[in-house]
Design a protein around this ligand. Structure first.
Ligand code: LLP
Length: 433
């Protein structure tokens, strides 16, 4: 038995296994395209965050699962059982968490443009915290909270002005970002001063998120330094003590062997040493530290299984292998050129067939991965698996070309259960009048 990329992906007697289960048997049972999720891995990832945060910062500090990475009922139950909070970004995510019985006082509502209706709905659902992006939002929350006779807990989202050198679409901590309020321009200070005068709001502290797919712990350390410096300044100027500092999400994961595998607990330890030292130097109390991991909780817990339909050899040019899914269930190559590892599922000849793995949509950009190698005898009916698809696949899936979204099966301790049923053709037309 040898493992590939991650310990939960193994080859046993020539056939691919995920979370200890035969991928072929699961595809026989549930059909393809199919999302598989390894519950034990999700729990392991949660526990790594929880144990490290408890050890380094003490209780009160917490990881919030960024549910934009994969939002569906079953995941909120798992997250709640593991003692994590949740980062939610829309009424849809809030509603799903509520349906799952998630303790909503541990939910943090993010986003750069919450409508009045969103704010009312989140308050109706008992969402614990709002992470406020801008002054209009603070104003709207204050007004709605006062009408309800409550004081709403919030964090202010600030931009520390850090470029994490990841891909542009996910770099969010820079001053010119659409998210948050900039420290550098003085606007963060003025929003703080404004917020402190509001009766409907209890300001608990600050938030920042610098980007996603970050492998360099220095990025988190630099943003902590800037945020703590701001906290110390504001303490001097306004006598305000921040109780919480949320440093966002963003730790990278390994999609292909060439990428590094980072240790979350080691990174949290390094961050903790720096933060404690910095608080000492600045003479401020250590705030409760929050992190918002999404990808690093679910990415390596996911795999997508497809069936090959056509194998096109364009003599003298290139080869295409078409599958029964594509950019509708995984748009990440089409959007970001993301790397993935692709493997044959069943017993096969040695690899040697160079090709692009493409989807079934009527669009040339519908590509899962280019320049991969599959078995020489790959043909219609064979199955292939794409690894590390647990994050930002199902949550970014679409019905383009009126394709139904795949089912998702949760694997736990050798057993499988359907957690998202496959969409039907009637589902696709359900809203049409
Ligand atoms: N917190 C905030 C405020 C965020 O905006 C995000 C991700 C996270 C936490 C979680 O970051 P993570 O740990 O998952 O890196 N669709 C892109 C990723 C977009 C990330 C958006 N924000 C992708 O497929 O790579």
């Amino acid at each position: 038995m040898s493992c590939i990329l991650s310990e939960n992906v193994t080859m046993q007697d020539g056939s691919l296994h995920f979370a200890g289960m035969s991928v072929d048997s699961l595809a026989d049972k549930y059909s393809t395209p199919l999302y598989l999720m390894d519950e034990d891995r999700i729990r392991k990832n949660c526990r790594e965050y929880k144990a490290a945060l408890d050890e380094v910062f003490g209780c009160g500090s917490m990881a919030l699962y960024a549910s934009k990475a994969a939002s569906f009922k079953a995941i909120y139950g798992i997250i709640a059982e593991e003692g994590l909070g949740a980062d939610v970004v829309s009424p849809g995510e809030i509603h799903t968490a509520v349906l799952a019985g998630f303790p909503m006082e541990k939910a943090y509502f993010q986003g750069n443009n919450k409508t009045d209706w969103d704010i009312e709905y989140a308050m109706d659902c008992g969402v614990g915290y709002f992470v406020c992006d801008n002054k209009e939002e603070v104003e709207a929350i204050d007004l709605i909270a006062r009408k309800r006779g409550i004081r709403q807990k919030i964090l202010l989202r600030l931009t520390p002005g850090i470029d994490p050198h990841t891909y542009a679409a996910v770099a969010t901590g820079k001053v010119d970002s659409k998210f948050g309020t900039a420290i550098e321009t003085g606007q963060a200070e003025s929003i703080l001063a404004y917020t402190l005068g509001l009766d409907g709001i209890e300001l608990m502290g600050f938030h920042c998120h610098v980007g996603s797919m970050v492998f360099d712990s220095d990025v988190f350390i630099r943003s902590a330094e800037i945020m703590l410096g701001f906290i110390a300044d504001m303490k001097k100027k306004y006598g305000y003590t921040a109780k919480e500092l949320d440093l966002g999400g963003g730790y990278g994961v390994r999609y292909v062997e060439a990428q590094p595998k980072i240790s979350i607990s080691e990174n949290i330890r390094l961050l903790g040493d720096y933060i404690k030292d910095c608080c000492g130097r600045l003479g401020i109390e250590l705030p409760k530290i929050l992190l918002e991991p999404g990808r690093s909780i679910v990415a390596d817990a996911g795999m997508t299984v497809y069936t090959v339909g056509t194998v096109k050899r364009i003599t003298g040019y290139k080869n295409y292998v078409s599958i029964d899914g594509g950019m509708t269930d995984n748009p990440r190559y089409a959007l970001y050129g993301s790397s993935y590892t692709v493997l044959p599922v069943g017993e096969s000849e040695a690899p040697g067939f160079k090709c692009d793995l493409v989807g079934r949509c009527c669009e040339s950009g519908d590509i899962i991965q280019t320049d991969i190698t599959l078995p020489k005898d790959i043909s219609r009916g064979d199955r292939v698996a794409v690894l590390t698809t647990g994050a930002y696949n199902y949550s970014m899936a679409s019905n383009y070309n009126r394709l139904p979204r795949p089912a998702m099966v949760m694997l736990k301790n050798g057993s499988d259960r359907l957690v998202i049923r496959r969409e039907t053709l009637d589902d696709l037309a359900a809203n049409d009048l």
